[in-house]
Design a protein around this ligand. Structure first.
Ligand code: COA
Length: 415
């Protein structure tokens, strides 16, 4: 079957997590992704957090599926020539080097545009233009600078980062969308363009509702769905909201039957207004259906803590899965707190290809997250990540290099 991005060739100059997430997605949609790595060492993540001696780490393998790898010293004159050939023959160059690294290498936007006016140059940087534009940035820096950390956690605790890699993988997703949009525009204009996804901006985009709340707070001085209401105080910035829901339907994480021994026997419970009657019946509080202190959403807001405490008395009599079964019968929105262990073994995720088992020549079988975006006419088949330089000869031959030229490069340690 054909793939959505058949015929698109990507010069993948990415490393660590943000850039590789982006190019992996493009590979899953069918693009030919050629990962360019430094001879001898390659992407630093190959050796980071290793769990099998001498094998590529899970950090690397799980971010670089369906790609080809070539080694190339792009600071060597001969290597630069190969890079020029790649730029002429590819559609997109994706990079997430430190600010200015590509320019220092001699490949400014102007130079790339001169070599291939159709080329799209897509970059992840920590920050956009401004005081921090020259900074090197990793995941948690972006979470802190993008508004996530100040709004995550509990009111009486310090700022918190989240386990979801919204700075790295979140920015990679944003960049992938920018690239696909630029490819589409190129169909009409014939021109390439620069695509920039700063990590701070991507995190802020994902924290959009908190900027919404900042403005609500400035206007009214109070946010009634936050746990600080009605007993606590609000300052002049959006506070951390614990496990309160980000929207208009109040929710909280509640203990379930085995919470004392199982750190994940909890459920997220949403007191959605249309099913309030059903909630009251399930937890045995039918009088709340008509009691004016509980019957309407505005009446409930100052009593949320007490309401959730009563609901929790009920959830603590069930495991999270028993509670799910009962609540779902009444369309009450709720979610089990699933551990990574439970997710890894969840049959439905295996069936849809969101959790995939992959075989690797040096590390053996491992689990990975497959393509979370499902295209009916462009299915994804996850194939293992490449070994360092596995496709160097193959790609150079495709680019038109002769065996003796490739040998000369090998002798000079350019590849
Ligand atoms: N051949 C020769 N040199 C190469 C090369 C190759 N194939 N690939 C990379 N290099 C060089 C670069 O040109 C650069 O050289 P320079 O410093 O002399 O200009 C050098 O390797 C290191 O690149 P750099 O990006 O600075 O790596 P780092 O390990 O010091 O920093 C980051 C890592 C992630 C902090 C940094 O790349 C960064 O801030 N990136 C943008 C934000 C980002 O994506 N962060 C999230 C990462 S998940």
């Amino acid at each position: 079957m054909s793939k959505a991005l058949d015929g698109v060739r990507i010069l993948d100059f990415t490393h660590v997590q943000s850039g590789p997430t982006c190019t992996q997605l493009l590979a899953w949609f069918g693009a030919d992704v050629i990962k360019v790595e430094r001879p001898g060492e390659g992407d630093a993540t190959r050796a980071q957090l290793r769990d099998v001696p001498d094998a590529d780490s899970l950090y690397f393998t799980m971010l670089n599926h369906n790609k080809r790898s070539i080694t190339l010293d792009t600071k060597d004159a001969m290597g630069k020539q190969v890079l020029e050939t790649l730029i002429r023959q590819c559609d997109v160059l994706v990079e997430n080097f430190a600010p200015g690294a590509l320019d220092r290498m001699g490949f400014s936007w102007a130079r790339i545009n001169e070599l291939n006016p159709r080329m799209i140059v897509a970059s992840v940087k920590g920050f956009g233009p401004g005081p921090y534009e020259d900074c090197k940035v990793y995941e948690n820096v972006a979470q802190c600078a993008g508004g996530a950390a100040s709004t995550t956690g509990f009111d009486d605790g310090p700022p918190m980062v989240t386990g979801a890699q919204i700075g790295d993988s979140g920015t990679g997703l944003h960049l992938a969308l920018g690239i696909v949009a630029a490819l589409y525009q190129r169909n009409n204009t014939g021109r390439g363009q620069k695509v920039l996804a700063p990590m701070q901006d991507a995190v802020l985009n994902l924290c959009r509702v908190k900027l919404r709340d900042q403005q609500r707070l400035e206007r009214t001085g109070v946010m009634k769905e936050y746990p600080q209401y009605p007993d606590g105080t609000f300052g002049d910035a959006v506070p951390r909201a614990g496990n309160a829901s980000g929207g208009g339907q109040p929710g909280w994480i509640l203990k379930c039957k085995n919470w004392e021994t199982d750190p994940n026997d909890y459920i997220y419970f949403i007191t959605q207004a249309p099913v309030w009657g059903a909630i009251c019946k399930v937890i045995g509080k039918e009088e709340w259906i008509t009691d004016p202190d509980y019957a309407t959403p505005p009446a409930r807001l100052p009593r949320l803590k007490q309401i959730f405490a009563v609901i929790e008395e009920w959830t603590m009599t069930k495991t999270k899965f028993e509670a799910m079964d009962i609540l779902n019968k009444f369309d009450i929105p709720c979610g089990p707190i699933l551990s990574m262990k439970e997710i890894a073994h969840e049959p439905s995720l295996r069936k849809t290809g969101t959790i995939v088992e992959v075989d690797h020549p040096t590390r053996g079988k491992y689990l990975t997250v497959g393509n979370p975006i499902k295209l009916s006419d462009s299915p994804t088949e996850v194939t293992r990540s490449p070994l360092l330089g596995e496709h160097t000869t193959e790609v150079l031959e495709q680019l038109g290099y002769k065996a003796e030229q490739i040998e000369a490069m090998r002798a000079r340690k350019v590849i």
